[in-house]
Design a binder for this molecule. Structure first.
Ligand code: TRP
Ligand code: SF4
Length: 326
């Protein structure tokens, strides 16, 4: 049997190049090799969006269409919605009983996010339990691997500890301890050099129109010491160059040389980058538009995915209940 991978995305907004580089590009490779479960983590979205959850559905649909247009293949993997598989919440509660509070309050991501999302008032019970719900997501499918960035590692460690504690208490091995598949992608800064974020408007969406791509890239700040084209540039302090190193690795050394020898102006340098994003995003954006119109087709994919996910998840839940004699 193929090893299992589970991953999820919270449908809280439009996806951008950060999602492509950090998540989606990786999923596309993983689906060739593993039995993959890709989840719309809509319950998880609620943790930050509970005051106005009205957009979660729309973003779920939007994000799924985007996964498909970027190459996620529903024949190869299971695409499903967390809220359509009730076992997630049942196991979440069960795991809550055996998770010591200290494990959660000491979790670095908890402390970090409380700081970051202070405008959202997320000092809630469910927020503290975020990693427990995530553990439930992972353990239900007996995932061998979870692709994670550095920042999510503590959640995975917590998940492993919860699994071990369950096995220890109930003397029955219902779960698989998941291992991280570390995605070693350098953090992609936003267009303005700050963290890429919805609230800063400093990203390129995965369905961005050509004219907007061009405008956004051309407005990027380059080496501030390079006032005119004959000034030699310093690529290592230029965000445009950072984008080249991530998205156009093959051109990196040439761009560096041209910059340092003043062989190319910043405007031209940005224009070339913008063109490559346009040709990458363009066809995928159009494909997504087509999918957004085929509502029934997408709903069928989700229905099928939810069914498969339910079959696996409810099987694990039965084992869990049996182990607990509940
Ligand atoms: N916590 C992940 C995020 O913030 C989303 C997520 C929910 C997830 N459940 C998961 C990721 C299970 C991996 C595995 O993006
Ligand atoms: Fe940056 Fe390119 Fe200008 Fe060099 S030429 S400073 S890499 S935009």
């Amino acid at each position: 049997m193929n090893k299992v991978v589970l991953s999820g995305v919270r449908p809280t907004g439009k996806q951008h190049l950060g999602h492509w580089i950090g998540t989606l590009s990786n999923w596309i490779k993983l689906q060739q090799e593993y039995e993959c479960f890709f989840m719309v983590a809509d319950w998880h979205a609620l943790m930050s969006e509970y005051r106005d959850p009205s957009h979660i559905r729309e973003y779920s649909f939007d994000n799924v269409c985007e996964w498909l247009s970027y190459g996620i293949d529903p024949q190869r993997c299971v695409i499903f919605e967390q809220s359509k598989v009730p076992a997630h919440l049942e196991l979440f509660l069960i795991l809550s009983y055996i998770t010591p509070l200290g494990w959660l309050s000491r979790c670095p991501t908890f402390k970090e996010q409380i700081k970051q999302l202070k405008d959202r008032d997320i000092n809630t019970y469910a927020f503290l339990g975020y990693p427990v719900l995530q553990s439930s997501d992972i353990l239900l499918y007996k995932a061998n691997f979870v692709p994670v960035g550095e920042d999510q590692l503590p959640h995975l460690e917590l998940c492993r500890e919860i699994a071990r504690r369950f096995h220890h208490i109930y003397k029955k091995k219902c779960f698989v301890e998941p291992k991280p598949l570390l995605t070693s992608v350098a953090r992609l800064a936003g267009l303005d050099g700050r963290k890429m974020s919805k609230s800063y408007e400093n990203y390129i969406a995965l369905d961005e129109e050509d004219s907007v791509i061009e405008k956004k890239i051309l407005s990027m700040i380059t080496d501030p010491a390079r006032k005119i084209k004959t000034d030699k540039g310093h690529p290592d302090i230029c965000n445009v160059f950072a984008y080249y190193t991530i998205f156009k690795e093959e051109d990196k050394e040439r761009v560096r040389r041209l910059c340092m020898s003043a062989g190319r102006g910043c405007k031209e340098c940005k224009k070339i980058l913008a063109d490559s994003f346009k040709s990458f995003i363009g066809p995928r954006r159009e494909k997504k538009k087509e999918l957004l119109r085929k509502k029934d087709y997408i709903r069928d994919i989700l229905k099928e995915g939810n069914k498969k996910a339910n079959a696996v998840a409810s099987g694990t839940l039965e084992e869990v209940k049996a182990a607990m004699k509940i």
